[in-house]
Design a protein around this ligand. Sequence first.
Ligand SMILES: Cc1cc2nc3c(=O)[nH]c(=O)nc-3n(C[C@H](O)[C@H](O)[C@H](O)COP(=O)(O)OP(=O)(O)OC[C@H]3O[C@@H](n4cnc5c(N)ncnc54)[C@H](O)[C@@H]3O)c2cc1C
Length: 494
Amino acid sequence: MKFGKITPEIIKELKEAVGDDIIFDEMIHRMAYSRDWSPRDDKNIHLPDVVVRPRTTEQCAKIVEIANKHRIPVTPMGGLTGMGGGAVPIYGGIAFETKGMDQVLEIDVDNMTATVQAGITLWELNQAAKKYGLYLPQEPESKKAVTVGSSITCNNDSAFGIRHGRMIDHLTNAVIITGEGKIVRAGRRKALCSNSGYQLNWLLVGSEGTLGIIVEATVKLIPVMKTRMVDMVVFPSLDDSMNAIRDIMHSGLALESAHINCEKRLGFYTHSYREKHGKEPDIPDWAEALLGISFSSMEDHDKVVKFSRDYALEICERHKGLPVKEVELTDGWWASKYTVDFTPFRQKWPDSQREKKFGAVDCGIPIGKIEEAYKAFLEIAGKYNQQILGMCVYHERPNRLSPSVSFAVFVDDKDPENVQGFYSYVREMSEVAIKLEGTSATYIGDSEFKTPWIGELEHQEAYEYMFNIKKVFDPNGIMNPGKKFPIKMFGYEE
Ligand SMILES: Cc1cc2nc3c(=O)[nH]c(=O)nc-3n(C[C@H](O)[C@H](O)[C@H](O)COP(=O)(O)OP(=O)(O)OC[C@H]3O[C@@H](n4cnc5c(N)ncnc54)[C@H](O)[C@@H]3O)c2cc1C
């Protein structure tokens, strides 16, 4: 069995059903939707046959209904900043651009919720909510491009994960278009807690567009923070920095962010400092970990924040931590993670993204195994000739040590062998994560790259149950094919 092909008749059928101003089949449009931010060489680009850019839920449902009738693949797309090929239409068909669905439907100030069309970016949603003193504390670095829909289906990391968690902690309600083109409301309206039925809204979290297209979402908001203090501290080991975070949390302080950077990442920041200021920052030779932390408050004065910060630094000292004196270093880190204002502190090592492409493998590693995972990272990246950028440990569950670890490299995407080496590196690091009793994916997902082997490596008998769930939502396997489940499981030929 093969997927259906887009024909002039099907284009006509689509245009008649939803209007010809949202259907595009010129090459220039198709090319714009043929890749995301994942490292790939020029031979690995996948053109969709047609691009759709609907504005209403009804249009979305109609398009998928027609696609399902003809067994045409449908690949939902947000900002295309995904790093694993999740939104790449590897079997062609329909590129489903969701960013035309960008309306704020309601900001409910009393209940502190926002209901939006899912193609709105996190940034735009927050511009609207901030007018009411509210905001969604979901803060990936890529927030200006990332849509609410893809943030749900990727469950991506947020700068403030250790305090506020991420999308799974904010999402109360979602409306999806299933693989048959049905409109299904999943969730509990504006309530954050429920044990009625199954929590289908949570099932969508991390589903990578394989269960359906999210077209609407209701999320919980919090007040805008008015005061904040940000600091960086160096430690003699990764374990020391982890223990400091643990003790800060257990002391009763409410950390807002806590990111550990390895020695190589520390080198990235000191290099940028040197480039800009022409002098060496005062960082001791023994420093092997750089911890960034912040505290914030919705109050106008800094009493709570200042106390929290001073006490946290005291705890860091107990764990041999030394605060970084250079404010510019801390500002540079904070600019890259939160304000996204890179101008004063350009990343010049290497000339980011022009010479080589940023690539990462995203593993969940148990807290006591970070040092071991780091050693494996250096060894495996070296084995596959990957230029190491470094390791970042984010904590992504509220008030928990919950490492979501980014092992990042620079990939030479002009060299197919280096790109191939990157895929082997991803596979081997995933094996390490599972051997250490962790997980192979925390923010990039299974995506295109891990799908061929993820069932066997990570899920075993549970994979069949997952596939049965997939079939309930998408009986013909047209939703984002080749992601999470190889298409042969549906009986399709490559
Ligand atoms: C410079 C840069 C910085 C980054 N920083 C971070 C970071 O701090 N934290 C982090 O976690 N990630 C980060 N990323 C990775 C990336 O931004 C995230 O994975 C993000 O969630 C992708 O969002 P997107 O809108 O670009 O989605 P896309 O790449 O377009 O799509 C991602 C996945 O979502 C699916 N999808 C999209 N929209 C929908 C929808 N409406 N319904 C169903 N499925 C849908 C797609 O099919 C695909 O599987 C960064 C990437 C870059 C390039």
